[in-house]
Every structure is written in C-alpha cells, then in structure tokens.
Design a protein around this ligand. Structure first.
Ligand SMILES: [Zn+2]
Ligand SMILES: [Zn+2]
Length: 160
C-alpha cells in the first residue's frame, strides 16, 4: 500500500481553477471530508470530521469553505425542511430523496441523458415551464419513505 497517494478527482482542480479560487489546504481538506463519506452531513458534522485531520480548523472556516464550494458548483447544498443545510460532493447531476421517517438522504439520478457533461438545457420531464423560461439548474428533493421504513425494519423499539 502506498502511503501518499490521495485520489482527489481532477474536477476539484478544474473547478477551483475555473472559478479563480485558491486551493487552500482548508478547502481541500473540507472537500476531502465531503468525498470521504457521502452521507450528506451538516456543516457541524463536516466541522467535527474536518477537525480530526486538521485540529486547527475552525467552524467559521468550514462554513466559509462550504459556502465558497457551493458557490462554485463544486458542492451541492441540500435543503430539507426545518433541518440545517446538508452538503453533498456528488458532482453528477442528481436529486435527493429524503426519507421523512428516518431522515436519511439518498442521491437519486435524473433520467439518463446522452451527453453527461452537457449543461441542463431541457425541461425535466413532467414540468410545464412558462413560455421563454430556461432551466439552467436542477435542484430536486423528493420526499417519502426509504426501503427500511416501508418494510417497517426501523421501528423496533424494545419498549411497549
Ligand atoms: Zn427511512
Ligand atoms: Zn447528493
């Protein structure tokens, strides 16, 4: 096993470069934390994880890094009602499924398109846009129950 081989996706450099952002060690670290475990953590959770590898990092810095990366499109901010914003480093075009019972957030794919890198130019199926409107960005969250919750696996409380 090689020790010093970090597999940071090329997209990190390209996006940061395109946006003219500096590759600060903090930003890289926060991004790596997000890539490591893709369970859509909140800023506080990212902070706790980031501190393990970089004890000097502050919550304000983490917020700042997240904000910058969301602004540049490197990271997605996922808003779920009444809950703190969560963050997602999945760069593929995708939506989210929020289980209203256990709170789990899963990535879901939009219907397949032929060119993966093409910008969103068509209207998502089933929606009727007002004339002249153009979709540049899809941000979709579906709500419902995950497999565990529909099959009743999770509600196994020992108290009756
Ligand atoms: Zn669930
Ligand atoms: Zn996601």
């Amino acid at each position: 096993m090689k020790k010093h081989e970090t597999t940071t996706p090329a997209s990190y450099e390209s996006v940061m470069g395109r946006e003219g952002l500096r590759l600060t060690p903090q930003r890289r670290h926060v991004y790596e934390v997000l890539m490591e475990k893709r369970d859509h953590p909140t800023a506080t959770e990212v902070f706790i994880r980031a501190q393990q590898g970089m004890p000097s990092i502050s919550l304000a810095t983490v917020y700042n890094c997240l904000e910058t990366m969301v602004g540049s499109g490197l990271v997605k901010a996922v808003h779920v009602d009444r809950e703190p914003t969560r963050f997602c480093a999945n760069l593929h075009e995708h939506g989210h499924f929020h289980c209203t019972s256990c709170g789990h957030i899963t990535d879901i794919e939009f219907g397949r398109r032929s060119a993966s890198s093409a910008p969103v130019s068509s209207t998502p199926k089933g929606w009727k846009l007002p004339e002249g409107y153009l979709v540049t960005h899809q941000d979709l969250t579906l709500r419902g129950l995950c497999t565990d919750c529909t099959s009743g696996k999770t509600n196994t409380s020992p108290t009756i």
